[in-house]
Each structure stands twice: as structure tokens, then as C-alpha cells.
Ligand binder design. Structure first.
Ligand code: SF4
Length: 321
């Protein structure tokens, strides 16, 4: 399917984004052959693995990613042993956990696939590491990054009770904390796609600096090297990282690993937010209705609340209003 891009980057031109990528790669002496590793839902690459035997090939996404990323295709539903075609799945809330089950109907019995998915996710996510980004198929009960309907079965009736992420996405987030994500719709906007690339390229750069960036002095050196680059990417993020880097005084050598991890977490969180901010900035705030702004505000509040929910599988779920 051919999709068209429908925005010019608010704030930055494609040339400016490209210059930021070049600068980052030069700073870390990253060879042209070295590319960020990005896992992609297989159906977006044109593989006929969907429940109905079809695919969701996205040419814009493929053209963009093929120019700078090393792609790792993954279909969790086929990987965990389901056939093509197969009964459609839903996410079901059950006993405080989320389960991936067949939607009950003429051809399906409500079979629970969660255990099979867990085995596949553990092995597959280990096998494809390291990763610098994820591209997810929206609304899929396995691959959707947000807005996936969570169902509840009560008194023989199935009803929607919440929205959240797909079950495989939840497992991937635990295995690859902070790695940037985007759904296929994000590639329709140059700004979002560019921000995603920046996040993935930084992840590759950080990996390439892994040896030197795991000591107190090493992180400080990496930060000094990148400071102007951070300011060009996002000034508030640069300030936050300044604070983390400045807190190195008083850190004992035994705490260097945790401190480096804190720096990494702030950087990754800021870059993930940048992808999200770029997505939200489409069309400028003036074209966003009051109702939409209210909905976004409610979603942000729920997201903050969800951060405090440590229960496995429920971390990105929010109640429907
Ligand atoms: S959305 Fe995910 S699980 Fe569904 S067909 Fe695509 S890759 Fe497979």
C-alpha cells in the first residue's frame, strides 16, 4: 500500500535532521556500514503473516528504514506457533493480568496463548539483541504500542474495559528498557520519523561507546563530547543531562554502573518523548480542538499513573473514560 507524507517538519527541515545524524555519527566515528538495529512487525514489511492471511505493507516506512537501519522482522503470533490464517486474538484482563486469547466464535475457542507468547518473547528478544528501535503495527493485540482494546469476559459477555499496549510490546519493553518506539502511522510525518531516527542513532552511538561510558569519567567525557549536539536536539533534555552528569561528584566507583544507567535512562526517556512530541505537534496546536487537548491531558495523567504500576503486563494500561 502506498502512503503519502503529509507534513513538513515543524521546527526543523529534513536537511537539519540529517545534519544532526551526520554530526552524531562523526563524533563517535561510526562507520557507514554500521546501522541502528530496528525490529519491525513483519506484516508492515509485506510478509503475509496476518490472521486473515494478508499483510500491511507500508512502502513509506520501508523506503525510510531501508535507507538507514538494519531491519529485524518479527511476527510474534506466527513465532509462537499460530498458523496463517488463524483465529483473531484479543487482549483479555483476567485476575489482574493481561492474557492473549483467541476471540471466541464459530472458529475459535478462547484458547489462551499467553504462555506460548512468553516463551517466544524470551527466546526471540534475546536472539535479536541488541536493538536500537521498534516499529510496531498499530492496534494489534500483540504488536500495538498503545490504544489496544483490553476486554473483560463477565457473565458470558465480552466488553471493552481499557486500552493499553499489545502483549508482545509489553514483554519487549521489559527486555529493552527505554528503546525508542514508533507505530507505522508515525512514518507519515517527516518530523516523527526523523525524531525516531535520531533516537535510534543515539542508541547505536551509546552502544559503540559502551566500553568508555561505563565509568564515571567515561560518561562525563561522552556527555561533554555530545553537549552541543544535545542542545541542538532538545535544549531541556540537554539541561537534564547536565544535571545528571554534574552529579558524578560523590559517586563511589562501585556506583559508577548505576550512575551511567541513570544517564542512559534520562537520555533514552528524553529521546522517546521527542518522538512523541514530534507526533503530537502535527498541524500546530491551534488546529487541535479543546476536546482533543483534554483527551491528551487525561492520557498523560494516566500514563504518569501507569508508571507507578509495577505489575507485569499492566504497566501501560489506562482505563477508558
Ligand atoms: S501485527 Fe504483529 S502479530 Fe500481527 S501479523 Fe503483524 S507482525 Fe504478526
Amino acid at each position: 500500500m502506498q502512503q503519502a507524507r503529509h507534513d513538513r517538519s515543524p521546527g526543523r527541515t529534513p536537511e537539519q535532521w540529517a545534519a544532526l545524524v551526520t554530526e552524531l555519527r562523526d563524533l563517535f566515528w561510526i562507520a557507514p556500514a554500521q546501522r541502528p538495529r530496528v525490529a519491525v512487525s513483519s506484516c508492515l514489511l509485506g510478509e503475509a503473516v496476518r490472521w486473515d492471511g494478508g499483510h500491511k505493507r507500508n512502502d513509506v516506512l520501508i523506503a525510510e528504514l531501508a535507507s538507514w537501519a538494519e531491519l529485524v522482522a518479527t511476527c510474534p503470533e506466527v513465532g509462537m506457533g499460530m498458523s496463517v490464517p488463524r483465529p483473531p486474538l484479543i487482549v483479555r484482563a483476567s485476575g489482574g493480568n493481561l492474557a492473549l486469547v483467541e476471540r471466541e466464535g464459530a472458529t475459535a475457542s478462547g484458547r489462551d496463548w499467553t504462555a506460548a507468547l512468553d516463551v517466544f518473547a524470551r527466546d526471540r528478544l534475546r536472539a535479536i539483541a541488541p536493538l536500537d528501535g521498534f516499529v510496531w503495527k498499530s492496534r494489534s493485540p500483540s504488536c500495538g504500542a498503545a490504544g489496544v482494546t483490553v476486554h473483560e469476559v463477565a457473565n458470558g459477555a465480552t466488553r471493552a474495559v481499557a486500552t493499553g499496549a499489545g502483549i508482545f510490546v509489553c514483554r519487549a519493553r521489559v527486555a529493552f528498557r527505554g528503546v525508542a518506539e514508533i507505530e507505522e502511522s508515525g512514518f507519515a510525518r517527516e518530523s516523527t520519523a526523523a525524531a525516531f531516527r535520531i533516537a535510534a542513532e543515539w542508541s547505536l552511538a551509546w552502544r559503540s561507546a559502551a566500553g568508555s561510558a561505563r565509568s564515571i569519567g567515561g560518561v562525563a567525557r561522552v556527555h561533554r563530547k555530545l553537549r552541543d549536539w544535545w542542545i541542538a536536539v532538545a535544549t531541556p533534555l540537554a539541561r537534564r543531562l547536565d544535571r545528571v552528569a554534574g552529579e558524578s561528584r560523590g559517586v563511589k566507583p562501585s556506583g559508577a554502573g548505576a550512575w551511567a544507567a541513570a544517564y542512559e535512562q534520562v537520555a533514552r526517556g528524553g529521546l522517546r518523548a521527542l518522538v512523541g512530541v514530534a507526533a503530537r505537534s502535527r498541524g500546530g496546536s491551534s488546529s487541535v480542538s479543546r476536546e482533543t487537548r483534554h483527551r491528551v491531558a487525561v492520557r498523560i495523567v494516566h500514563r504518569l499513573a501507569a508508571r507507578h504500576c509495577t505489575k507485569r503486563g499492566l504497566r501501560s494500561t489506562s482505563l477508558i473514560r
